[in-house]
Write a protein that binds this ligand. Structure first.
Ligand code: FAD
Length: 394
């Protein structure tokens, strides 16, 4: 009997991790990963904060909570096994205002419920022992978190996949899908897995799915601490998040190969892969602006939206938000860095989809929302996807 052919669209960390888990479980499959860029991991995976998240923030019982906790342990084991640069340096989530204290305590409870180990609350004196320049009334220390080189993770995954007989086809944008499946009129597959990140809703539509959620691209811009100021941050310093906007709140991240990043903010990108204000795609902009959910979202949170735009344009305002965590930091200590674009699924009523979202059909699976911490959790997401599809592949 000929081998079952599986097409995975998207060579980001989630598509690659899914391919790898599939190959490990069912080595007889003929797996092809299709990636439109010249190399894998060029979008969210290659432009993120490089943090190993341990599942602190997520609603207990949600897929995010479950897969983040399993995922960070799997990712650390993977990095150890393949000598990938990483460091479990721990993170501090710092309350700088009395109004944040109840939320910090809630976060502590959430972390405990989600099964994180070693969590502890730190007094201002204890904060300063770990981060001498951080402000804070109280901090939650998360010792399981760390930093990693995600592009290197992808590179190793590609090596394992190809050694195991899979194909990773780069420079291959999937632009048409005929039922059955035939991709771009030439590549045949028995089963389709859509991990196309910022384009996942469009790919699902190509495969005949109704678009239930729309991907709205939110750019996250970073500043870098100048070399002389990097001593202000030792590891990872995070604010207490607002549960309504889990991705808001700039933080400090030491990078695995040196340097300290500050950010990211969140502004609407004018192109799904728009890393600068001047990158505009009319079809992408049309897609976002004609989606009623975006307008409902903006009407609900007008001050948040305008603050994010002003902060994106103002070096001083960006620095002021960093000073809440590290008061000594001055505008002269930071310079503009890179940016990433989040693929955030939004519903027509304007709600952000908070959890990972997977939609199945008989011969396909679509991952329609895989925001942070999907890089950390990618191997666990891969396991989850394999568990869902395995019965349909044999
Ligand atoms: C600013 C920012 C900071 C973040 N920080 C963290 C963090 O510190 N830790 C963490 O765990 N997560 C973080 N995340 C989230 C994390 O990066 C993503 O959840 C994760 O990378 C998603 O991986 P992916 O493979 O689904 O998407 P992507 O990496 O975007 O990959 C999707 C791939 O599909 C390809 N593709 C799209 N359409 C097609 C097509 N038609 N044909 C062929 N290929 C196609 C794209 O080119 C792309 O390579 C962050 C994200 C952002 C944006």
């Amino acid at each position: 009997m000929p081998a079952t052919r599986v097409a995975i669209i998207g060579g980001g960390i989630v598509g690659l991790a899914t391919a790898l888990r599939l190959q490990q479980r069912l080595p007889q499959l003929q797996i092809t990963v299709y990636e439109k860029e010249p190399a894998v991991g060029r979008h969210q995976t290659g432009n993120n904060s490089g943090v190993l998240h341990a599942g602190l923030y997520y609603k207990p019982g949600s897929a995010k909570a479950r897969l983040a906790v399993q995922g960070v342990r799997q990712m650390v084991a993977f990095c150890q096994a393949h000598e990938i640069a990483h460091e479990i340096c721990g993170k501090l989530v710092v309350a700088t205002d009395p109004s944040e204290l109840p939320r910090l305590h809630d976060l502590h409870q959430r972390g405990l419920q989600n099964g994180l180990s070693g969590l502890s609350l730190l007094s201002p004196g204890q904060i300063r022992e770990i981060e001498p320049h951080a402000a804070g009334l109280l901090a939650l220390r998360v010792p399981e978190e760390g930093i990693v080189d995600y592009p290197q993770v992808c590179h190793v995954m590609v090596g394992l996949l190809t050694a195991g007989g899979a194909t990773v086809r780069t420079n291959c944008a999937i632009t048409s899908i005929e039922p059955g499946w035939v991709l771009n009129g030439q590549y045949e597959a028995d089963f389709l897995i859509n991990c196309a990140g910022l384009q996942c809703d469009r790919v699902s539509a190509l495969a005949g799915e109704r678009r239930r959620a729309r991907i709205i691209p939110f750019r996250g811009e970073y500043y870098m601490l100048k070399p002389d100021s990097q001593h202000l941050v030792r590891h990872l310093i995070y604010p207490v998040p607002d549960p309504a906007f889990p991705f808001l709140g700039v933080h400090f991240t030491r990078l695995i190969h040196g340097g300290v990043e500050a950010g990211p903010n969140a502004v609407l990108a004018f192109a799904r892969e728009g890393y600068r204000w001047n990158q505009v795609s009319l079809p992408d902009l049309w897609d976002a602006l004609t989606f009623p959910g975006l307008w409902r979202f903006l009407v609900r949170y007008p001050s948040m939206a305008s603050y994010e735009i002003r902060r994106s344009l103002s070096h001083k305002l960006f620095c002021a938000s960093l000073q809440r965590l590290v008061p000594a930091i001055q505008p002269a200590d930071i310079e503009r860095g890179g940016a990433g674009v989040r693929a955030q699924a939004m519903l027509p009523n304007g709600d952000l989809v908070q959890d990972f979202l997977i939609v199945d059909s008989a011969k396909a699976l679509h991952l329609l929302n895989a925001p942070s911490p999907a890089a950390t959790a990618s191997l666990a997401i891969g396991d989850e996807i394999v568990n869902r599809v395995v019965g349909r592949l044999t």
